[in-house]
Write a protein that binds this ligand. Structure first.
Ligand code: CTP
Ligand code: CA
Length: 227
């Protein structure tokens, strides 16, 4: 037996979390992806379950074990993640979009393996749909939407711009240029901005500690009087 510290805010809350990279297929043996490990999102999912939340985790391909107690929905492409996420969003009270969604996908997915030739192979990519922005446009007053921003420069400026543009309540800005921070590591350096101009910065911490900080920031924001 083990002791679980439940939390009155999170207990029974319907929480939707996305995590990991996406894979954009080019032909039967090739795809485009990114360095996301999924650790941040899985850690948030695990921590939310520990607090008693009812967690759905939409995950791109990762090598991680899903936390016990989450409802896991596995996807590959940005398109599949869009379908799964918009469906689950309808009943979610808090949505945290930590996935590293591909911004571009091959214009054509070839049914047959591309054969090696001596000349160049120019691949055309087209933009994917911004899932977070789509959720922002669907959001109702009793839903909270939290995004991430992976930035290597002008972090505060870019993160706040994404907060507004995507109609978010909070954004977690991740400094991917900092030592010990970033996409596939075990630690992160983050700042959290909210739509009421609140902001908080955190020193280098483990992804488990970051998950605690993020869930606490969401709870604190939700308890503030709005409008
Ligand atoms: N995001 C998304 N769908 C996409 C691209 C991004 O839902 N097609 C989400 C990510 O999950 C993240 C947030 O948007 O929560 C910010 O992602 P980021 O890559 O930092 O920003 P972009 O808006 O994609 O802009 P850019 O990559 O140019 O900085
Ligand atoms: Ca992006």
């Amino acid at each position: 037996t083990f002791f679980i510290e439940k939390d009155s805010f999170w207990s029974g809350k319907k929480v939707l979390i996305t995590a990991g990279p996406t894979q954009e297929q080019l032909d039967p043996v090739r795809y485009f992806t990114n360095y996301s490990s999924g650790k941040m999102g899985y850690s948030i999912a695990e921590t939310a379950v520990e607090k008693g939340a009812d967690v759905t985790l939409v995950s791109g391909p990762t090598s991680l074990e899903p936390p016990i107690g989450v409802k896991l929905i596995k996807v590959h492409s940005a398109w599949e993640m869009l379908q799964a996420t918009t469906e689950a969003f309808k009943t979610a009270e808090v949505t945290i979009k930590s996935a590293a969604v591909a911004d571009y996908t091959p214009s054509i997915t070839y049914a047959q393996k591309h054969k090696k030739k001596d000349d160049q192979w120019v691949v055309e990519l087209e933009p994917t749909i911004d899932i977070l922005k789509t959720l922002g446009s669907m959001k109702t007053d009793n839903q909270l939407l939290i995004g991430f921003a992976a930035e290597s420069e002008n972090i505060e400026h870019y993160a706040k711009a994404k907060l507004v543009k995507k109609n978010l309540d909070l954004i977690v800005a991740n400094d991917i240029s900092a030592e010990g921070a970033g996409f596939d590591g075990d630690t992160n350096i983050i700042s959290i901005y909210d739509r009421l101009d609140g902001e908080q910065s955190y020193p280098l911490a483990s992804k488990k500690q970051m998950a605690q900080h993020i869930l606490t920031a969401i709870k604190d924001f939700a308890k503030e009087p709005h409008n």
